[in-house]
Ligand binder design. Structure first.
Ligand code: A4P
Ligand code: MG
Length: 164
């Protein structure tokens, strides 16, 4: 069976919602990737200590062909970030960006390289990731739903902006 991958998308510059939804359309067109579920869009307070505008964030569940590696998927995600105007050379860590695509989980794969760490090392600390992720967790990934249920279902820093 094809593995599920989970991603988080964020934007705090420009047409934030248009960017997030546009990025998902492009991702769905990547061979071997099917966007199966998309969460509501949330407006979220910036995390990371850099003063900047509020983000819009969402989470999505992808079904990924077994021929596509986690590294290949992240490479496609970074290509999409660039296509939506992301310029890593001129930005600060945790600072504002048109589009950030983070790979949270890829089946049961684990990685610990600079290019790719799986599961995403900061996901369990971030309400802006966990609250949308609850909406798209597959019953097939029972461990995930169980783990997410241990976190608060709401947080004042994560506000519903557009229901799915
Ligand atoms: N990388 C390693 N593992 C992964 C992974 N699982 N998913 C590498 C994505 N990338 C991964 O990422 C830096 C490097 O991480 C890349 O070279 C990639 O190969 P980046 O996207 O270039 O830089 P970044 O996003 O500024 O850094 P970082 O550390 O990934 O930050 P985060 O954790 O993505 O946080 N506040 C709100 N409310 N909403 C947000 O969406 N996002 C951030 C960025 C900060 N504050 C936020 C939000
Ligand atoms: Mg990132």
């Amino acid at each position: 069976m094809n593995p599920n991958a989970y991603i988080c998308a964020g934007s705090n510059i420009g047409d934030r919602a248009g960017t997030l939804l546009g990025a998902l359309r492009v991702l769905h067109d990547v061979p071997g990737v099917s966007v199966e579920a998309v969460s509501s869009i949330y407006e979220t307070d910036p995390v990371g200590g850099v003063a900047q505008a509020a983000y819009l964030n969402l989470a999505a569940r992808l079904e990924v062909a077994t021929t596509l590696s986690p590294e290949a998927l992240l490479t496609e995600m970074q290509r999409i970030e660039r296509a939506f105007g992301r310029d890593r050379a001129h930005e600060i860590r945790w600072g504002p960006r048109t589009l950030d695509l983070d790979l949270l989980l890829f089946g049961e794969e684990t990685r610990a390289t600079a290019f790719l760490t799986l599961p995403h090392p900061r996901m369990w600390e971030r309400a802006f990731v966990l609250i949308p992720l609850r909406e798209v967790a597959d019953s097939r990934d029972a461990w995930l739903a169980e783990k997410l249920a241990a976190f608060p279902a709401s947080d004042p820093s994560v506000r519903l902006a557009a229901s799915r």
